[in-house]
Design a protein around this ligand. Structure first.
Ligand code: ZN
Length: 226
């Protein structure tokens, strides 16, 4: 070892010590309130099935974008999040000979495969009446689903201005799954004003925060036994 090296070593050791002492604190979001929770997000439609569409605005594409915003919000709160589809394809991943039945069957299998604490099917609505606002659906025989729907509905209300109540239903995706879940219609593509919002990334983020707050409230209500 040369003399130069001998002079340098103490500095290297000091540097190493300092970096140990000043090990940056891993930035943990203020609360990891959803730690250990597994959540599946199911962006409705995809591939040949655009869902609702107005002009060039397609529901399936926006559902996916909203799910990605929601995924990152939920992950920032500690949840593990899976999507049933991650691109513009139906669940059969063959964009021909499309069968809605196959698609829905595979969706249900995929959701249950992750054994999630809960799942959300994300959709956008359409109507000829000028209606607007979010609406949350739960399977009529699921008490947990009803509770989750109410929590999400309450936290979305100030964002979407909805006047619609939560609704019980018999939708296949909620009926056939073993997991607790709800279907969230985030708003009406048919309403020009709401469509403008639903196209914006900023609004996706707002929806994501509201839905995540609702999920947190649901989890709290479970642990308080209320
Ligand atoms: Zn839909």
């Amino acid at each position: 070892m040369g003399d130069d090296m001998k002079k340098v070593i103490p500095f290297i050791m000091l540097f190493a010590l300092c970096s140990l002492m000043y090990k940056p604190v891993v930035s943990v979001s203020s609360s990891q309130s959803l730690a250990k929770k597994v959540i599946v997000l199911d962006p409705g439609h995809g591939g040949l099935d655009n869902g609702a569409s107005v002009g060039k605005v397609n529901e399936d594409e926006l559902n996916l974008k909203i799910c990605y915003a929601l995924k990152s919000e939920l992950e920032s709160r500690g949840a593990t999040v899976y999507l049933t589809r991650t691109d513009d394809q139906d669940m059969t991943r063959r964009n021909y000979n499309y069968s809605k039945q196959d698609d829905m069957y595979l969706r249900v299998l995929k959701i249950d495969e992750y054994k999630p604490d809960l799942f959300l099917s994300i959709h956008l609505n359409s109507s000829s009446s000028g209606a607007w606002g979010s609406q949350v659906f739960y399977y009529r025989k699921s008490q947990e689903g009803e509770r989750l729907a109410k929590c999400i509905h309450d936290s979305m209300k100030p964002v979407t201005g909805t006047k619609k109540p939560t609704s019980s239903c018999g939708f296949y995706v909620l009926r056939a799954t073993q997991s607790t879940g709800v279907l969230v219609e985030c708003g009406f593509l048919s309403n020009a004003n709401e469509r403008g919002q639903l196209k914006s990334a900023k609004y996706h983020k707002k929806l994501a925060v509201a839905i995540s707050d609702g999920i947190e409230n649901y989890q709290k209500s479970l642990s308080s036994g209320g």
